[in-house]
Design a protein around this ligand. Structure first.
Ligand SMILES: *Cc1c(COP(=O)(O)O)cnc(C)c1O
Length: 376
């Protein structure tokens, strides 16, 4: 059997181990320390625009704290992009609030501004104004920032920007992770950079960063004994994991270039294929990190389905995966309200993600090419 080719596997730059060694040498084996601080500073200078970053144990934890910081409570409603990974929506339920799902538009596959406004108007007419909007840059593709922001401003609703998949992507030359009232990042094992597990909360307000760290470290009041006036969480990032992050930040831009080359690899491969569309930026104002490269297969034109491609790849031990199944179609969210027109459903039925890692070898690309060429 050929060795397995993954969709997206960790890709170390080389210096990660040095940061880990220094944590051991100085005995900072804790969820705080010099690597945590350096990692936060590295992300802050990368994002620029006065970004303040709190390093956390996961992107999910960052979303949870973002909701708390925006005052989301039991009985509230929060709007969320339907086509996303479940981690975007789960923290709404942690807070006892109700997710309201909104469909995608076909250009960026992200939140549709028209259905967003429909949803807001309808919820308000039913007596409840949504407390927040969770918009996602899926697969690294920036959502329609100007359009979504304009609606959020019109109705005065804060945006939580889920940039878990989009570190390094840009919209009108500004970095994703800087567009939300609060933004979040993820450094899970499969993301564009990894700390094995980790995440971050980003804000322009230093007080928000400090409050996030306060809540993430069990909400200890300023007192010699342990004194608490809030419910706290254990959500801070380990100094060991942050060391991996410090090393990864050194190679982030290089790895983004390699992911973008993978997208070009698929565009070349399918350039003459009828019925296969490689997901790329709709305009040069958007620049995706192409965390994952995806294709949509129209079986009427191609005469085969995305599932047939997936099985052929699987036969050669190459991983691929259908696109995110929209949240409004998930059994766990079957009762949640949904506003849309089946765009995300259509994408889910016809699309797959292909191996996209920055560390794919020439040999591995050849194997992928050999399997896919049968479909060209
Ligand atoms: C990975 C991911 C998350 C969650 O991040 P974790 O660090 O795995 O908790 C949230 N939203 C999206 C869109 C993701 O892809």
């Amino acid at each position: 059997m050929n060795s397995k080719i993954y969709l997206s596997s960790p890709h170390m730059g080389g210096t990660e181990q040095d940061y880990i060694n220094s944590a051991f040498k100085t005995n900072w084996i804790a969820p705080l320390g010099p690597n945590v601080t350096s990692f936060e500073e590295a992300i802050e200078s990368y994002l620029g625009k006065d970004s303040k970053v709190a390093a956390l144990s996961s992107g999910t934890a960052a979303l949870h704290l973002a909701l708390i910081l925006l005052g989301v409570e039991r009985g509230d409603e929060v709007i969320c992009q339907s086509m996303t990974f479940s981690a975007s929506a789960n923290p709404i339920v942690y807070q006892g609030a109700t997710p309201i799902f909104v469909d995608s538009e076909p250009e960026t596959w992200n939140m549709c501004p028209l259905y967003l406004e429909n949803a807001i108007k309808d919820r308000i007419s039913k007596g409840k104004k949504p407390k927040a909007i969770i918009a996602v840059h899926l697969y690294g593709m920036p959502y329609k920032v100007d359009e979504i922001n304009a609606i959020a401003e019109k109705y005065d609703i804060p945006i939580i920007e889920d940039s878990a998949e989009a570190l390094g992507s840009t919209y009108k030359d500004k970095k994703c992770g800087t567009f939300g009232t609060i933004s979040i990042l993820s450094f899970n094992g499969n993301k564009i950079i990894t700390t094995s597990g980790g995440g971050a909360l980003v804000s322009k307000d230093k007080a928000v960063k400090e409050k996030a760290i306060f809540l993430a470290t069990q909400a200890r009041d300023n007192a010699p004994h342990y004194q608490h006036s809030h419910i706290g969480y254990n959500y801070r990032l380990s100094n060991i994991c942050a060391g991996i992050g410090c090393g990864q930040m050194e190679v982030l831009d290089k790895h983004i270039e390699l992911r973008r080359q993978m997208n070009l690899f698929y565009k070349d491969l399918f350039s003459t294929s009828e019925g296969i569309t490689v997901f790329t930026e709709p305009s040069d104002q958007l620049r995706s990190n192409h965390w994952l490269s995806c294709i949509v297969v129209d079986p009427e034109k191609s005469r085969f389905t995305s599932e047939e491609i997936r099985f052929a790849l699987e036969n050669d031990n190459i991983e691929s995966r259908p696109l995110w199944k929209p949240m409004h179609l998930q059994p766990v969210f079957k009762d949640a309200p949904y506003y849309g027109n089946s765009v995300s459903e259509g994408l889910f039925k016809k699309g797959i993600c292909l191996p996209s890692g920055s560390n794919l070898t020439t040999e591995e690309k050849k194997r992928i090419m050999t399997v896919l060429t049968q479909f060209v």
